[in-house]
Design a protein around this ligand. Sequence first.
Ligand code: HEM
Length: 506
Amino acid sequence: MSLSFDNHAFKAAQSAVKTFFQKNTGPNSGVSTTAVVVTTLVGLFAYEQYVYLKKKQNLPGPKYKIPIIGALMDSMNPTFEGYLSKWKSGELSCVGVFDRFVVIASTCELSRKILNSPVYVVPTVVDSMRTILCADNWVFMEGKEHVEYRKGLNVLFTRKALGIYVPIQDRVYTKHFKEWLALDGKSEQYQWRFRELNMEASLRVFLGDFLSDEVCSTISQKYFDITAALELVNFPWPFPGTKVWKAMRARQYIVHHFIAGVQDSRKRLSAGGGVTCMMDAWIKSMNEDQVKGGKMFGDREIALTILTFLFASQDATSSALTWAFQLLADHPDVLARVREEQIAVRGDDVNGKLTIDVLESMTYTRQVVKEILRLRPPVLMIPYQTKKDWPINDNYTVPKGAMVIPTTYPALHDPVAYPEPESFNPDRWGPEGHAEKYPKNFMVFGNGPHHCLGKEYAFLHLIGIVAQASMQLDFVHHRTKDSDKISIFATIYPVDGCIMSFTPRA
Ligand code: HEM
């Protein structure tokens, strides 16, 4: 991100300042350099305010912009309460950070409009991501090119493919449950343990055993640097030591190992090996398509795409998993019904291996997962950017180049669609509830051409963990005064980090 407030006007101001200097700061000019510098700075700051207010028009938002940085501090240390008050301030509101003008939409209607207007907007992920994920990554493609590329990835999320992943997921759950049980019922913050389970499940589903345990665990550590750089607006230059710089280094390590994995998978498949993970499935389907002249993906391209899956899934799913355990432990009646369902659908085999058929038959557990995602949506806001001036409604035109952000939380807590929206009520998704009558409000996975590619995988993953944990583990949530408060680290977590203890299920 550059620090140019508005390129044309800024250049004009620069040239005026230069002329002024040339004319007035000679030895005989009688004007001191300090006076000129101060006047220039005041002029530039005044100009910056003018640009901000011109874009802001009548939108709710700060009355003026802090010179140069704007609301950088709020952006670096966001609070959920801060977001809530922003959303409540109006259906559209605004803020300025560095040279970024940000417009936030807080209604379901406007949020959907943004997600479904590819003519006006393009996803930006967040500012730093182009640097971190590499500018040639498919997620930054637009329009037809994006649609076509995305079609080539659908093969990785078909029901058949999802069925291959289930036993891999199950093995990872068992491994992590054992680790939790080895703590002998000790209570501690589990948020990061849930994240580790999730990271290993993702890596093993995506790349199977092509990564060693050691590399998996290093990636898990290094990935923290990528999450930490996910602020809405970052420090503009990736100087050594900045969050973006650390994230880039993490990406280099991860992509290096992913490329090695792709190469191993190619070799193994051409030696007649079977499909063991997503990458194998992808390469095998590519090999088959080759005969029909289908698209061939290169090693780095595959590695970068899998990095986007990790990026898209890791934080969101870890957040969902944390709230899942917390909410289930806090609602023993719901947990008891999940267990009843397990017995009903799995019969004598309640501790047996998971399959996609059995996961799909768990209708109540799916309702529970859906309600967890509604109550605590992992992705609160989805940053897009305008490609041109956009008259988004009768009262306001979003200027070209602005970040325009649809929100999910307000629609998911709309009392019309979800009466008593703060209560955890999986039955609202069942035949006796009426939440399913408001599909437009359920924007947990976005909407429109960029809606989440891994939605069904995420559902099955969360249902699988809840199913297996409910049968194999007894768990207690040690509530604190901060358990229901929300902290923001790319996504949302309970402020106390979810203090839990696990023992084997009696
Ligand atoms: C609970 C877990 C998850 C949540 C809440 C979530 C949510 C989202 C959201 C809100 C978007 C943006 C949609 C839009 O712009 O309209 C998105 C995009 C995406 N998600 Fe997910 N996601 C989750 C898990 C996953 C998983 C597990 C994967 C892959 C394995 C994945 C892959 C993607 C991809 C590739 C995109 C970008 C799609 C595109 O630009 O075409 N997500 N997700």
